[in-house]
Design a protein around this ligand. Structure first.
Ligand code: SAH
Ligand code: SF4
Length: 342
């Protein structure tokens, strides 16, 4: 079986190169061509002599994601359906803003967390993505959109990153070193897997952290997000208070506003209480509907009222406009090629 060079980390790649009887600097050349130039075949690594490329091609290859679909929203957002080597697929969303070009990547095929408001949950869990499959979403989309350059990464696509922590940590190492995207321009979003959250800073580059809160009482959060039964609000907020934030950084709290469920004045007041003492900013996301969800988006006045109350109490709160909802690319709408089981 030929070796997939992308599946190797830096140390393993060096080992492979030495095993081939090559000089160590060849490993660096390989890394540069695979990650910076994004070559898809060993034959295309033209700093290597033709005979060397032919030799290596017998024993190694570079895996790639195959773009199956590319949809463009009227607001400029683009969604890519990418095929993995085993035939599974993931979705990745490109979001152009004034000053940045953000790619929203997936960490799993499907998701096991079962949040009631999320289409990915309805897909169920298929499998974890490997580190290189996470990174490859960036390499693939970058190649397709050149000469534009992706500037920011958010792990907010399909899946719960902290149920796949090791692969996510290795992916973050490669994204920050080999793809040279600054950790300040990367955000990992979690539903609140507290044990993993506590060890994350020790095992991965310190990227920005976002937490999907979505409810201010345990009884509601238990219902909306089953993860809360294992890690209730007090535990989650304790872990976040202890989280080693870099200077001038804040934790982003994502709060989906769902009509009649979590959008009242009391919810807003409780939210303020919960976040006291945490360097926080709040992203309010009006619920994005999908087939059979059973939830609705509140009207604009309710959303703005909720925001104003938070601002009056001294919090930074922004309303996240939904992007790409005409192509089911908005938060919570990713379901890949799968039909929803509703
Ligand atoms: N699993 C991680 C990251 C992916 S979800 C997490 O849950 O944080 C990214 C964001 O989309 C989360 O903040 C989630 O609360 C939000 N989301 C899920 N379904 C949504 C929906 N239908 N409308 C709006 N936002 C949604
Ligand atoms: Fe999974 Fe996040 Fe969707 Fe919850 S919101 S089901 S954790 S992807």
């Amino acid at each position: 079986m030929p070796v997939n060079l992308k599946a190797l980390d830096e140390a393993q790649l060096k080992e492979f190169v030495l095993g081939e009887g090559l000089e160590p600097y060849r490993a660096l050349q390989l890394l540069g061509w695979i990650y910076e130039k994004g070559v898809q075949r060993i034959e295309d690594i033209t700093v290597f002599s033709k005979p060397l490329r032919e030799e290596l091609s017998k024993r190694a290859y570079i895996s790639c994601l195959e773009p199956l679909k590319r949809l463009k929203s009227k607001d400029g957002t683009e969604k890519f359906l990418l095929r993995l080597e085993d035939g599974e697929t993931v979705e990745t969303v490109l979001i152009p803003e004034e000053q940045r070009l953000t790619l929203c990547i997936s960490s799993q095929v499907g998701c096991a967390m079962g949040c009631r408001f999320c289409a990915t949950a309805k897909v169920g869990f298929r499998r974890n993505l490997l580190a290189h499959e996470i990174v490859d979403q960036i390499i693939t989309v970058q190649r397709l959109i050149a000469p534009r350059r992706i500037t920011n990464i958010v792990l907010m696509g399909m899946g719960e990153p902290l149920k796949n922590t090791e692969n996510v940590a290795e992916a973050l190492r490669r994204i920050t070193t080999l793809l040279r995207i600054s950790k300040r321009r990367i955000t990992l979003s979690t539903s609140g897997v507290v044990d993993e959250l506590r060890r994350l800073p020790d095992i991965a580059p310190r990227v920005n952290l976002a937490v999907s809160l979505n409810a201010t009482t345990n009884s509601l959060r238990d219902r909306l997000m089953p993860v809360n039964r294992a890690y209730p609000l007090e535990k989650l907020l304790d872990a976040l208070r202890a989280y080693p934030l870099e200077p001038r950084r804040r934790i982003t709290f994502e709060y989906i506003l769902i009509k009649g469920v979590n959008d009242s004045r009391d919810d807003a007041l409780r939210l303020c209480d919960l976040l006291r003492g945490i360097r926080a900013k709040i992203n309010l996301i009006p619920f994005n509907p999908f087939e059979g969800s059973g939830f609705e988006r509140p009207d604009e006045r309710t959303v703005e009222g909720f925001q104003n109350l938070l601002i009056k109490r001294g919090y930074t709160a922004v309303i996240r406009k939904s992007r790409g909802d005409d192509i089911s690319a908005a938060c919570g709408q990713l379901k890949g090629q799968y039909e929803l089981q509703v």
